[in-house]
Structure formats: C-alpha cells, structure tokens
Design a protein around this ligand. Structure first.
Ligand code: IVH
Length: 690
C-alpha cells in the first residue's frame, strides 16, 4: 500500500479519463489496478467507518467500474480480496464447518440491578482492587461471528455455532459493506488477527426486506435478528450482497501480538485499521456511571436504527481479566445487563371501540398500565373483531403485551388463569360509537359509513391531513384538531384554510403567539407537492408509496380525478382494490366539495414531472431458474426500473415467464396458462440490453 495517499491519483481524481484497457501493458494494468483498489478501499473506509464520504457516488462508481473492467481484461490480476468481490460469488451446496481460533464464550446476564451489583462486588473482591475501569457497550441484538485477517487481508469468517465450531460464511461476510477486505496498515496491526463482532440488520432494512418477501409470497422474518441470521447463512452470497447487513467489532479472539493491555485502547485502534466499532461504547469507573449509561440507552433505544437488548459491562484491564478467569463457558470479567423485555403480562380492564379516520371500527384493549421495554403502556390495539375472537380476549383477562421496535403495543396472547371466571365475549357494536350511524361489514372489518359527518372520522382525517409526511402543518397536533372539531370550527381539512388568527385565539391554551404560529404554519402548506397532497387526502389504500406512484404517472390532480377505473388499474403496482378506492373517492360528492373549497382557499398543488411511458409498463414478469448474468433481485429491479412488475408466481395476469437454468414448476404452470416464455437472451432483447 502506498505510504502517502497523495501519491495515488485516484484518491481524489480530477479529470477521469482512462486509457482503453486494450492499450494497457500488463505492468501498467497491474499498477492501475493496485491504485484503484487502494483508492476504493480508502473511500469505503471514509464512507462506512468514518461516516464521512469525500467523493460523490458518481465518482466512486466510475472508479469501481474501471476496476471491474481492468479485472475482466486482465484476469491474471484478479484477487479474492479486491473491493469488487463485495458483490457475491456463485452459490455453494452447504456451509462447511470451521473451528474457531479461540472459544467464543457467552455472557452471564441479568435484568435485576442486584445481580449487577453482585458482579461489581465480585470483581472488586477477586482482584483486590477498589478502582476498576469498565468498558460498557451496547449489547447488539444480532448474531455473533468470527472474522479472521491475515497479513491485513480478510481470510475467512464463521458463525458462532456451539462456540467451538461454527459455519463458514466467508463469502457472505465479504458482501457486508462496512466489512473491510483489506485492513489499513496503521501502526501495530497484527499479522494474524481473529476478531469477534456482531452482524446486524437495521430495523428499517428488516422491514424493507419483509415487504419484499411478502410481495413474493415468502415467509416474512419475525425480527431483525432472525433476518440477519437467515441472510448471513444463505448459500448464495449474491443474495446477501443486496441485503442491508451491518457489522460491529467488539473483541479480539486471537492475535499474534499484544495490541494493548486495555480493552478500551484496543477498541480505539479498531477503526484506525478499518474495523467498525459501535459509537456508543464508553469507559466508566463506577456502578452509578454504568447505571446511567444503561438508562440513557433505554431512552435512546427506539431511535437507534438497530435493536439492542442490553448493555455489556467488561473489565477494561486484560491482566485483571486473566486474574478473574472463566467459569464454564462464561468469562467472570464481563456481564450483560439486559433491558426490560418488550413483552409483559398485564390485565385487560375493558375493550372499547375506536373509530379511525377511514371509518374502521377498531377494538382497543384498555390495560392496567404496565412497563414494556421501558415505556408505560395502557392501551393496545386489537385490529378487528376476528382478531379478538381468534385470540379470545375479554375484559378482565390476563394478557401478554408486546412492543416491537417503534410499533404500537399489541396483545400477543391471553395468559390462562386456572379456575378463573371470565368476562363476557366481545362483540362489535351495531352502530358507530361516535355518531350512532349503523355500521357495515367489509370482510374482517367493520366500518362506519358516515364519512366526514362522523366526528371521530373528522378528527382522524384532520390529524392525518396535517401529519408530517402529509401536509406537515407543524403545530396542529391531535389535541388542537380535536378541539377544532368539537367546537364545530372545522368539519373537513378545507376548513382549516378559512380560519383566522383570531379564531385560534378562542381555543383552550392559546395565546397570541401560539395562535399566530398555528395560522402561519397552515398558510405555509398552500403549495404542497402532488404526492403529499394525495396522501394527505386519506384515500383508503393510498399510502405514501401509492401516492407517489400515482403522482408520477398522472402529473396533476385533475388527471388523477379524471382517470377511468381501467386506466388506474393499468398503473404498475395499482391493483383493483386501490383503483376502486381512488376512483370512488373522486366521484363522491363531499370529497369533490372539499377539493373545490381547498382550491378556493388558494391551495396550489405543485405539478410533478410526468414519467414518460415506460417500455415495460403494465407488463408482469415471473422468473424461474438461474440466469447467467443477473441475480433474481437484479433482474427484478431491471423490470421495475422499466415500469414493469415482477411477481413470484405465475397467474392469469403474468405476461412473461423468464426461464434460466434449472427452471422449476413455474414453467409447467406458465405453459398451461399460455404465458410467453423467454430465455435469458430474449429477456435481454426485451430490456434493450442486446
Ligand atoms: S462480548 C466473552 N460484547 O451477546 C465476550 N457480546 O452471550 C463475549 N453481544 O451472543 C461477548 N453485543 O453475540 C459482547 N458488545 C458486545 C455484544 C455482545 C452483543 C452478544 C454476543 C453473544 C451474546 C452474549
């Protein structure tokens, strides 16, 4: 590796013109490949470890593509640790077993403060020291892996397995973006370095992955941890490459030279070598500090992108660690202090019915307040009547409540009590609890058909209209919306724009300044983007994504209003349910009136650049077997980027089945249904790649 980064012209490339690969001599190609690798690794480091990128994505891509081009033209210079190897390798039949370089121990743990105090006392007693430094780290809820570097190069990695032997997941680990394939040659880098770290998936990545899986009729993962574990043990590493995995390192399992006698010092070296550490790690010197650290993390827990299930307390001094030793499979110098579980048992006081903005009546359980994962919970949604029946929940029951991530609390199950006398079974009321209109049943759902004459729907609709991702009326919260509706000042969203500063002054808790603020924050929203405005209208089945799809296709509100049902249905991603809902919404008299008054109030919707008709618009694809040049995900993305849809099973709506090597049963089904079958070449021709 070049000593001075400035020697490398690709680190901060100026004008980037490359000599055609065919005009390069071997030595020239080799030199350029080395410099490109170094530059790309450097930028990976800035991006993933320092979180401080210094070149544009465009420039990065040009460097990356050039390296790929040269590696293809000069295969003799290929290397398994080149940054281009982060995209996956051909699939394997099974994961091989590998022995760890040192046992991967597990931790003693507790939820109870007393046991943590006992641990601290134990450490003091057994070292004979009063002032001990601890390193506290978030306990990351992912899966533990061993990663081995030799001569600074990533060699292999494995799952924890039984702690002695794990499974070889080398190819999969290589695709994890923040994992460096070559370490930075900073002072003190051991020649042999085996590390322990945690592979994680962010909550957002997990939700995205699950959405994809559901669309493809695959079983969704139960939580981010399972998603990370399932992904990292895939046999086809190319399918790992596009998944949002992350890795943090927290321990040295073995090295050929002493790095430091302080764990904290070691953790400081990691990022300098290109190993990502968790930014929340901290050094503490007292139990109080440790306790505060844990409380801070519990507070932050829901805001962090990934899940934590506690903190790990580690004695900092490695000499003291040795003195304390290990018992069974647990070191006596470390302890995990868990977070309160996100599941808890409590009692249902009553089941009431709440009317949402779309008129859906939802049973809500009122609970004896209980702390779940550090947050007090006193109500939990039960979704619909069927769910209450299926879970058989009644007033007075003991239930297990779960709060997963930032999701609203839910009742997981009833906890049986022996010989209990149970309350009455729940049934939905025949009329709306807010406006007394007779309800209607629609599948599993019960609806109040009164629309905007129902006060509950009025409030709900105003709150939704004003919410952050809709019109974003900053100071109109739930309380104010409720007051405005209760006082009869607002019946629908358009009314908001006809109120004056003086009107707001009459509300409870309002003074001149707050009235002006609210007035102005409403005024500020008079030029909404079309997609936000559509979403704000609260049309059933039109979430943010569908709103964007419609906005891009039609470009203006008028065009959407005038679209026929068939035309709506011909939009990619819009099924009959959505098309019907949108179509009906704009035909309803009250909705038309509200739209007219919004216009009258001066709302001017920003038009959206209409997307040109795309080549595969309205076409549905299914893939089977293995393609040579594309992974399944890539092929599906290509189809979507050209306006088509990719689904997982052949149906009457399928236009093309693309069949690769070893096609499955979909082939037969496609033949039966008379679906056009394409091979890879036909497919490439269709997408314009040939
Ligand atoms: S230290 C001997 N540090 O928690 C040291 N573990 O049984 C053992 N974990 O499955 C591990 N975050 O995967 C350590 N900052 C952290 C951790 C951590 C998560 C996991 C680890 C293991 C479990 C402990």
């Amino acid at each position: 590796m070049a000593k001075r980064k400035n020697d490398n012209p690709y680190i901060y490339p100026g004008d980037m013109s490359f000599t055609p690969a065919k005009d390069l001599k071997d030595e020239e190609a080799k030199k350029e490949i080395d410099l490109l690798r170094e530059a790309i690794e450097h930028h990976n480091y800035l991006y993933y470890i320092e979180d401080n990128p210094r070149i544009s994505d465009y420039t990065y891509d040009r460097l990356f593509n050039r390296l790929q081009e040269l590696e293809e033209a000069f295969p003799q210079f290929r290397s398994s640790t080149s940054p281009t190897c982060k995209v996956g390798a051909p699939p394997v039949d099974e994961l091989k077993k590998v022995e760890h370089t040192a046992p991967m121990l597990s931790l003693n743990s507790a939820l109870d403060e007393g046991e943590v105090r006992d641990f601290i006392t134990f450490v003091k007693r057994n070292t004979g020291m009063k002032d001990i430094l601890y390193v506290v780290e978030p306990k990351l809820d992912g899966l533990s892996v061993e990663v081995v570097y030799e001569g600074g190069f990533f060699k292999y990695g494995s799952t924890r397995g039984d702690g002695i032997t794990g499974e070889d997941i080398t190819e999969n680990l290589k695709t994890i973006k923040p994992l460096s394939l070559r370490l930075r040659d900073n002072a003190g880098l051991p020649g042999f370095l085996a590390l322990r770290g945690e592979v994680l998936m962010s909550r957002e990545g997990f939700q995205r992955l699950n959405r994809q899986r559901i669309e493809r009729n695959e079983e969704p993962f139960a939580n981010p941890r399972n998603a990370a574990a399932g992904t990292v043990r895939q046999l086809d590493s190319r399918k790992v490459a596009d998944k949002p995995l992350d890795i943090f390192f927290y321990d040295v399992l073995r090295s050929d030279r002493e790095i430091s006698r302080s764990h904290w010092e070691i953790l400081q070296k990691f990022p300098r070598w290109g190993l990502k550490t968790n930014p929340l790690n901290k050094r503490c010197s007292s139990f109080e500090e440790i306790r505060n650290y844990r409380l801070e993390l519990i507070e932050k827990r829901d805001e962090l992108p990934y899940e934590l299930d506690g903190i790990v307390i580690k004695v900092d001094d490695l000499m003291l660690r040795e003195q304390l030793g290990t018992r069974q499979r647990n070191p006596r110098w470390a302890f995990a202090w868990k977070f309160p579980p996100k599941k808890e048992i409590t009692r249902v006081r009553d089941i009431v019915v709440q009317v949402g903005r779309t008129g859906i009546l939802a049973p809500v359980a009122l609970l004896d307040p209980v702390e779940v994962g550090g947050v007090t919970v006193s109500r939990a949604t039960l979704h619909n009547e069927d769910e209450v029946k299926r879970k058989d929940i009644r007033g007075g029951d003991r239930v297990r409540v779960i709060r997963a991530g930032d999701v609203i609390p839910e009742i997981l199950e009833r906890v049986d009590e022996e010989g209990e006398k149970r309350g009455k079974t729940f049934s939905m009321p025949g009329s709306c609890p807010a406006c007394n209109t007779k309800v209607v049943k629609e599948g599993a759902y019960t609806l109040c058909p009164a629309g905007l004459t129902c006060p509950a729907q009025r409030v709900g609709r105003i709150i939704h209209f004003a919410s952050r991702n809709a019109m974003n009326i900053e100071t109109l919260g739930e309380k104010n919306a409720r007051q405005l509706v209760e006082r009869g000042m607002v019946k629908d969203p358009a009314d908001l724009y006809f109120l004056s500063e003086k009107d707001f002054l009459s509300l409870n808790g309002f003074a001149e300044k707050s009235a002006r603020n609210l007035y102005q924050s409403i005024l500020k929203t008079k030029n909404p983007a079309l997609d936000r405005f559509l979403y704000a209208l609260g049309i059933r089945h039109v979430g943010e994504h569908v709103a964007r799809v419609l906005a891009r296709k039609y470009g203006s509100l008028e065009a959407i209003q005038n679209a026929s049902f068939e035309d709506l249905l011909a939009t990619p991603e819009i099924g009959p349910e959505i098309a019907e809902s949108v179509f009906n919404f704009f035909r309803e008299k009250t909705n038309r009136e509200i739209l007219a008054r919004l216009k009258e109030a001066g709302i001017e919707i920003q038009r959206v650049e209409k997307i040109k008709k795309q080549p595969l618009e309205g076409k549905t694809f299914v893939f089977t077997g293995e393609l040579e040049k594309y992974t399944r995900e890539e092929a599906q993305q290509i189809v979507e980027s050209l306006g088509g849809r990719a689904t997982s099973s052949v149906s009457g709506n399928t236009d093309y089945l693309v069949a690769g090597r070893n096609p499955g049963s979909k082939m037969q089904k496609a033949r039966e249904k008379g679906v056009t079958i394409l091979n890879e070449e036909d497919f490439e021709r269709l997408i314009g790649a040939k």
